[in-house]
Design a protein around this ligand. Sequence first.
Ligand code: ACO
Length: 319
Amino acid sequence: MSFSILGTGKAVPEYILSNDKLSTMVETTDEWIRTRTGIHNRRIITTETMTELCVSAAKQALEDAEITAGDLDLIICATMKGMYITPSEACVIQKELGASCPAFDVNAACSGFIYAMDVADGFFARGKIKHALIVAFDNLSNMVDWNDRSTCVLFGDGGGAVVLGEGDGLKSIFLTARGNTDVLYAPRGELTSPFETHKGERPVLHMIGQEVYKFAVTNMVRGVRKVVKDAGLEQKDITHMIPHQANIRIIEAAAAKLDIPKENYVINISEYGNTSAGCIPLALDEINKAGKLKKGDYIGMCAFGAGLTTGSCIIQWNK
Ligand code: ACO
């Protein structure tokens, strides 16, 4: 027994940071950002907290699933950096929801949501749980260097949540990681012991964009082909393809090598930029709430991120 998705939710901060506004902060232009990335706006946390947004997405997903926090047997939060070093963000969310079940975080960068679903699948397969909540949220505005135009224009804050219940919605899932700390990373920064202080690199996101680009296109194509085959489907059967929203050019380059109809891609990068682990559940909630999902539809998901990690899966919509 595995899971089906019973409900979805999303949460983004209110503040909209446009390309034009960014152009007053670093040397860039709306035209450069739009043509190189497809991003027009991104949301940035100002007055809200990450936890408030995570809890809002979780409550929407519970309501959509028609269950209560008391019915949850597991909470996983996919994030690189919660409000505390410890406890996990999942435990902080649990406290706010009033749930009483195991809770922990998964850090697989932008692939975190798909990693979390694979972890949850194990709990369902062992018959240990009937309902799980996954919240995927990253607060990247808190990690990027706002003086570095090559990274700060790409990211935004936001995320989503799903409630999973026993079912056969998960058709295939495939994770990879390749142990790379050079092309995409954020160091912890200064470390101290009682005896000395180790000066580290600045604790901001570092990225060799073109290396990530090549990795992303190759591995999105590989991952999608594999999970479609493992599910016993053909690419044309995928009614909604939700790729990680890092760069429209990455999505288009991967799509050109796949046979999924172009109109089946779910793309909202122009409004949110790259929200890391949050991208896929955020987009999923938008098509769910817009009434675009029909029972039996096949949803493809595919992400890549620091690690370098990738995650791909096929889910049948059973609601
Ligand atoms: N505005 C204006 N000019 C800029 C900007 C900017 N915001 N950023 C870079 N430039 C300049 C560069 O300095 C360079 O100038 P030069 O030619 O004088 O040296 C020029 O634009 C071209 O830069 P490139 O890096 O070659 O631009 P490219 O077309 O590769 O696009 C980008 C850069 C958008 C970063 C692209 O490589 C990309 O999307 N890579 C993947 C990034 C990604 O997916 N990251 C998310 C990973 S997910 C996670 O885990 C967090």
